[in-house]
Design a protein around this ligand. Structure first.
Ligand code: ZN
Ligand code: ZN
Length: 882
């Protein structure tokens, strides 16, 4: 067997491993600085080093890979920078869990030893996700793989921190944060899981200084010990005359001002709010607006502090809650309690109830940084795709608050600031500090906190290219071309990269932001561990191959929108790849091994050749235009249709006559066209399904450069042929009409028929005459061409297509008697089914009880059955006349 012949069945597993190794070892992914070419650079959103590939990554990285492979073929100097994020809390938690199995905590090891353990863990498990990205086919430059805590990125982080600090853009201040008493760290808002939890709403009477009382509702009565005001809505008529008066805090006796603040919800509880700036984020803000003191009554260990008073200090917060309620009840101040279900914040990693706390944190002053980040987008220097995300971005950046960047963790970039125990001053230092520059004391200690993970990923577009060094890569590839990311992290990440890039590079980090949606399950739910509805991309790659997964994800996606994961669609993608495989196998089997084929220009093309080549020009043009506009799904869908329908189902069938015929020149022409069109299709499909296309390419063009570096097809204007498209379009119309008649009349497939075509138009007649053999092979029959019909053929089915009268005499094709009996039976069954559906739809209790989608389904069924009934009746009445 020739080595060009493809095996009958495509086996993705072997093929994918082979080609990935070939590309990676052959350095085909390498991004080179090459001033003679235009740069195209993408930095990969770094997945967590603890991560494993999920469907979101699979989609995100497939889209990036399509763009990179396409631009590489277009001749750009492409660079796709891969890397991972150190993922502070997630990674630290992994290692702490390992230690816990040995009965140890991180404190037993101490900071230094613990960090050693984390690095060991990273060396051992940190490349899981990058290996998985290889399975997906990601053509990133692994020689430039980065890690947010590698030496270069760490240097960039330190440099940025110190420059911002020296400019006064980083400061330390009090802030209300989400504190996990078990993890002993601040956690960010996105790390807090709000769970619906049963609880109680307590109505507490606060006596008024002038007599009487005001009732306040709260779910956390223990925090009242830290109240410093009572707030009401200024619009609330119930409390208008109380504003400016005083209430007395029960159990404590402190005088509380009654203040007016628009934040207060008149509908909640009694419309009066206790204000505890130290233990509630909204109260913290009210406190700032009204200059209220903050009294911390719960400690970082979740026990009550000295400030809580003698009776409560030292108690666990839940115990304190019980005692406060008990005491209020005893004093007759508890008006009532209601059972409620409300959202309570839990730590995403340990499940503990989060406690809002005020603590000393580091902040980035956002206003001066945000302004240029707004301007860059408003002036169009960065474009969002789809455009609607521009508004969301601008809205967020314009309302941005100072960014709390410190985390009470050990794993991460430690804040490069040293505090002096003697003079109390703090100093930022690039290279460490052993003496205080202010007082000379050696009692200096580095700040224990580390930076928010997003701080280092905000620098990713330039830190990965070598900043603060001015490397050739940085000069050539920055600003990067496009950022591809999910719609869920526009705020946290995209906005921060934009202002950091503008601040430190003086230019935007990327020119375009291509946003995609989430991958949902078939029912439209988010894939999640707790629902157990996630689909593992690695399992899909095992069962269907990476190309199928990629093709399914791309064809299902539209910019900005979520996509649902359907296994049927995955099978559809696999069927397409098999179709491509089989068509290629057919073409390869019909190429003559020994002979070098002439070029397209050297053969005399027939009409159908000119047609498929012209159609291909249109496909090249539109696919390229779609890719330019980030309509990757449209591009893939178009290729699917062209390949399946026009190339396989039409052109290959049309070419068979010549391939199997006796004329060697005609055979050669068909071979040349088949090979050329297939080759171009492989190039167009390569970015989407790189493995199978590369495999076929090497059989089709043995000895030529691999497909990954072949040139992207260009539109050849001279190959566009409107006349050929119109002519073949007419032939197709006739063929379709005859096929339709055959199917309608239930003529067994393959049974030779006589087809009478009648037209007085000379051009059409000539075209039909010239392509008689092709049409005959496509309709499995003999054509009888007539200019005029003196007498209508008897017992013939009739249709009109492209202005041509078509008759299909049924004599000898079907047994009319038998067919009639069969149709009667079929009609009877159909009518029974129809009346059953109708009875159901007439039944008011079914209509009342059934879910809307079930009713809709029945209605659709009714419509479908009615349509079938009509066409059966038509057919029967035709056969009755025969
Ligand atoms: Zn926790
Ligand atoms: Zn000092």
């Amino acid at each position: 067997m020739s080595k060009r012949i493809l095996p009958p069945v495509y086996e993705p597993k072997e093929v994918e491993a082979k080609w990935y190794r070939f590309w990676e070892e052959g350095k085909f992914f390498r991004g080179e600085v090459d001033p003679s070419r235009r740069p195209f650079c993408i930095v990969m959103p770094p997945p967590n080093v603890t991560g494993e590939l999920h469907m979101g990554h699979a989609l995100d990285n497939t889209l990036q890979d399509v763009l990179i492979r396409w631009r590489r073929m277009q001749g750009y100097a492409t660079l796709w920078v891969p890397g991972t994020d150190h993922a502070g809390i997630a990674t630290q938690a992994r290692v702490e869990a390992e230690l816990a199995k040995e009965g140890l905590t991180r404190h037993d090891l101490g900071r230094e030893k613990f960090l050693e353990r984390v690095w060991q863990w990273k060396e051992k498990y940190g490349n899981t996700i990058t290996m998985q990205l290889r399975r997906l086919g990601a053509s990133c430059d692994w020689d430039r793989e980065r890690f947010t805590m590698d030496e270069g990125c760490s240097r960039a982080v330190k440099e940025v921190f110190i420059r911002l600090y020296e400019e006064g853009l980083i400061y330390r201040g009090d802030y209300i944060v989400n504190w996990c008493p078990r993890c002993q760290t601040v956690i960010s808002d996105i790390e807090v899981e709000h769970k619906e939890t049963p609880g109680k709403l307590y109505y507490i009477r606060y006596p008024l200084a002038e007599g009487g009382f005001i009732t306040i509702a709260t779910t956390r009565p223990e925090t009242m010990l830290g109240d410093t005001a009572v707030a009401v809505n200024p619009e609330d008529p119930r409390y208008r005359e109380l504003i400016g008066k005083k209430a007395i805090l029960p159990l404590v006796g402190r005088e509380l001002p009654i203040i007016a603040d628009e934040y207060v919800d008149m509908e909640f509880g009694t419309g009066a709010l206790k204000v505890t700036p130290a233990h509630d984020p909204h109260d913290f803000e009210i406190g700032q607006r009204h200059h209220l003191p903050a009294v911390q009554v719960i400690g970082f260990d979740a026990r009550m502090t000295e400030e809580a008073g003698e009776r409560y200090r030292g108690l666990d917060r839940w115990e304190a809650r019980r005692r406060v309620v008990e005491d209020l009840r005893a004093q007759g101040l508890l008006e009532k309690e209601e059972d409620i279900v409300h959202a309570v914040g839990h730590c995403y990693r340990c499940g503990e109830v989060v406690e809002p706390m005020i603590s000393k944190q580091w902040f980035v002053r956002m206003k001066p940084l945000a302004e240029p980040a707004v301007a860059a987008v408003e002036e169009g220097r960065i474009r969002f795709i789809p455009e609607r995300f521009t508004k969301i971005y601008l809205n967020w950046v314009k309302n941005i608050k100072d960014w709390c960047i410190s985390r009470q963790l050990w794993w991460g970039h430690r804040i490069p600031v040293w505090h002096c125990a003697d003079c109390g001053r703090s100093t930022a230092a690039r290279n460490g500090l052993d003496r205080c520059p202010h007082c000379g004391s050696s009692r200096v200690e580095q700040d224990p906190d580390v930076l928010d993970t997003w701080f280092s990923s905000a620098l990713w577009p330039f830190s990965t290219l070598g900043w603060p060094e001015v490397t050739p890569e940085l000069k050539f590839f920055y600003p990067t071309s496009v950022l591809v990311t999910g719609r869920d992290i526009i705020f946290f990440w995209v906005a921060r990269m934009i202002f950091m890039g503008l601040k430190f590079m003086g230019d935007v980090p990327f020119r375009e932001v291509f946003i995609h949606g989430l991958v949902l399950d078939a029912l439209g739910r988010k894939m999640s561990k707790s629902l157990g509805n996630g689909v593992d991309p690695l399992e899909v790659i095992e069962s269907h191959g990476a190309d199928s997964l990629r093709f399914m994800l791309v064809t299902g996606s539209t910019p900005g929108n979520d996509l649902r994961f359907h296994f049927e669609r995955l099978d559809g993608a696999r069927n397409f790849i098999n179709k491509l495989w089989n068509a290629s196998r057919f073409v390869l089997m019909n190429l003559d091994e020994e002979e070098a084929l002439p070029q397209l220009d050297e053969v005399r093309l027939e009409l159908v050749d000119r047609w498929i080549i012209s159609r291909l020009q249109d496909v090249v043009e539109r696919v390229t235009a779609y890719l330019e506009e980030y309509e990757l799904g449209e591009a893939a869908r178009l290729l699917y249709e062209f390949m399946w329908d026009e190339f396989c189902d039409w052109y290959i069938e049309m070419a068979k006559l010549r391939l199997y015929g006796a004329d060697p020149e005609a055979r050669r022409t068909a071979q040349v066209v088949l090979k050329s069109v297939l080759g171009t299709c492989l190039k167009l499909l390569h970015p989407f399904i790189p493995f199978v296309t590369e495999e076929i390419w090497h059989r089709l063009e043995p000895g030529s450069a691999p497909l990954i570096v072949q040139s992207w097809p260009a539109v050849e204007e001279k190959r566009k042929d409107a006349a050929a498209e119109a002519a073949v379009g007419m032939l197709q119309e006739v063929v379709r009409a005859v096929r339709h008649l055959r199917a309608e009349m239930r003529v067994p497939p393959g049974k030779r028929a006589t087809v009478i075509l009648v037209t007085r138009e000379v051009d059409k007649m000539r075209l039909l005459e010239e392509h008689r053999k092709i049409v005959e092979s496509l309709v499995a029959g003999e054509l009888v061409l007539k200019e005029i019909l003196l007498e209508k053929p008897v017992n013939a089915a009739h249709a009109v297509a492209a202005g041509i009268e078509i008759y299909l005499p049924l004599e000898g094709l079907i047994d009319v008697e038998k067919e009639r009996a069969r149709l009667h039976k079929e009609l009877k069954e159909l009518e029974e089914e129809l009346s059953r559906v109708r009875r159901k739809l007439d039944n008011p209790s079914f209509l009342a009880k059934a879910p809307a989608e079930v009713v809709a389904k029945e209605r659709a069924k009714e419509e479908e059955l009615e349509k079938n009934r009509l066409s059966l009746e038509k057919l029967l009445s035709f056969l009755e006349g025969v």
